[in-house]
Design a protein around this ligand. Structure first.
Ligand code: HEM
Length: 488
């Protein structure tokens, strides 16, 4: 018995020692591998050139070789505030480096010049497990043909057909906010409006572009799956930002060894399961029948108009597939994933931030409420309100839902005829860009904003400051958008 115990103990000790030896060897190998990768990277003439050019730009204080990596590895709340501080202290052009990689941040009108030389940046690669080769993540010829195919799906004639759905969502939003306000009586009627508004904008894209006409807005299972969809999008944002600032996690085989990957895989299951429900019920025959194009009305050419018809988003894809376009079921799912995300999260944030800004500027809010008092609530009337138009555009300028986009330069770009941005550099650009869903977005944000301001006096209950936002795929608040709502 004693012998067996001591044998077991010595076996255990030697197993343990071998395990440690293995772990040590793995750690040493990983370090050597990382060092070799960095040395190899610095041997690349393009990398050396980029670093040389970068040294002529303003930069925050960094560390040799690793550059600004330690600053970027802070929490994503800090990262966003920090980038805004750099913009303020270093100017509209500055550089960040990490392990030999250079990121040029440009936020002045010359950024337009950069757009002639670019393909999509690394962040879009990181989004591909979710969005595949949808419009946001694809590039080159594929992007051009899809853009041509889908642009007519947001033609103003299509949007006219959607207006009554959006007007209905606007009425529903005012009611839901009223319920949330009552439920927050013990908190001074201060409500985090993000979940309610995101629910509305998600339903808006589902009942319009996705054609989910038979979709139950108040069923509890729908609300639960909406919530898990939002939560998964937020976590994917966190994972993507975390991976973006860790260049060693960019290669998929390395990333797949991490816990971040396992959490991403779980979230992607949720996101794809949510959008998979879209396809079977989606039919826009009634909308389609009522829209006949007469001659050229500026909607752009494409399969969406081939039969003299304009079709809404999902039908464009389904018909194109039926008519023999090179479009698999997977391709369609990727576009649905892209438009479902882009089509609700951007407008939700635009509306939340517009309300927050109006909640800080009572004079502008009163003026808007005055304009709304004299107008009907339908799109016909709301689309003609000049002050509402100015408010929405100014709010989008001050708090753009997509504050930064990222591209990789295909060739050198020259700014102001003198400053060169070198090929292969990653450039982040902060200029307001025209989106594929611009018309739809403006219509929706105006209708919803008008309904909320008509129903409530809004006061911001948030402290102003740089730590209000977090780094994400859209301009997301750190901890909700808190507004005090008082019925008018
Ligand atoms: C206020 C609302 C919106 C803002 C501020 C906005 C802004 C933007 C920006 C800046 C981009 C370029 C992103 C990049 O290249 O990284 C973009 C792309 C895109 N947006 Fe929007 N967007 C809004 C609403 C919408 C809506 C409602 C839809 C769909 C109905 C939509 C669909 C798309 C798509 C598909 C792309 C990729 C387009 C492409 O690369 O050609 N967006 N958006």
């Amino acid at each position: 018995m004693v012998l067996a115990a001591s044998l077991w103990a010595s076996l255990w000790a030697s197993l343990w020692a071998s395990l440690w030896a293995l772990l040590e060897a793995a750690a040493v190998l990983a370090l050597l591998g990382a060092a070799a990768a960095v040395v190899l990277l610095y041997c690349d003439p393009a990398v050396r050139r980029n670093l040389a050019v970068a040294s002529q730009f303003p930069q925050p204080r960094g560390v040799p070789v690793i550059g600004h990596l330690l600053l970027l590895l802070k929490s994503r709340e800090d990262v966003f505030g920090m980038l805004r501080r750099f913009r303020r202290t270093l100017g509209s052009r500055f550089v960040i480096t990490m392990l030999g990689r250079t990121v040029f941040a440009v936020s002045d009108p010359q950024a337009v010049e950069v757009s002639r030389h670019m393909s999509k940046g690394v962040v879009y690669e990181l989004l591909k497990p979710w969005l595949g080769l949808g419009l946001l993540t694809s590039g080159g010829g594929l992007w051009r043909s899809r853009r041509k195919l889908l642009t007519p799906a947001f033609h103003f004639r299509i949007l006219d057909q959607f207006s009554q759905h959006l007007e209905q969502q606007a009425r529903g939003l005012a009611d839901e906010l009223d319920a949330a306000r009552r439920a927050a009586a013990d908190r001074g009627h201060v409500v985090d409006v993000v979940p309610v508004i995101s629910g509305t904008t998600l339903r808006a894209i589902r009942v319009t572009a996705m054609g989910a006409v038979d979709f139950e807005t108040d069923s509890s299972s729908d609300l639960a799956s909406e919530k898990s969809y939002f939560d998964a999008i937020h976590r994917v944002g966190t994972t993507t930002v975390a991976r973006l600032v860790r260049p060693w996690l960019w290669p998929a085989p390395v990333f797949k060894l991490t816990g971040l990957y396992r959490s991403l895989r779980e979230d992607l299951r949720t996101l794809h399961a949510f959008t998979a429900k879209v396809r079977p019920t989606a039919r826009h025959e009634t909308v389609e029948k009522s829209i006949r194009t007469a001659g050229d009305d500026g909607g752009g050419a494409g399969v969406g108009r081939k039969a003299g018809r304009l079709r809404p988003f999902l039908d464009v894809l389904l018909h194109a597939q039926r008519d023999g376009a090179d479009l698999t079921d997977k391709n369609i799912r990727e576009e649905v994933d892209t438009f479902m995300f882009e089509g609700h999260d951007t407008t939700s944030m635009a509306l939340c931030w517009a309300l927050e800004l109006l909640g800080r500027h009572p004079a502008a809010q009163d003026r808007l409420a005055g304009e709304l008092r004299g107008a009907a609530a339908d799109w016909e009337a709301v689309s003609r309100l000049p002050y509402l138009d100015r408010v929405v555009k100014e709010c989008l300028r001050l708090r753009p839902s997509v504050p930064v986009i990222s591209r990789t330069l295909d060739s050198d770009a020259v700014l102001d005829n003198k400053q060169v941005l070198p090929a292969r550099a990653v450039v982040t650009i902060s200029i307001v860009r025209v989106s594929a869903g611009k018309r739809f977005a403006l219509m929706e944000v105006k209708l919803l904003l008008a309904a909320v301001v008509r129903a409530f006096r809004v006061r911001s209950a948030m402290a102003d400051g740089e730590d209000m936002f977090i780094a994400d795929l859209v301009l997301r608040p750190r901890a909700g958008v808190l507004l005090e709502l008082t019925p008018r």
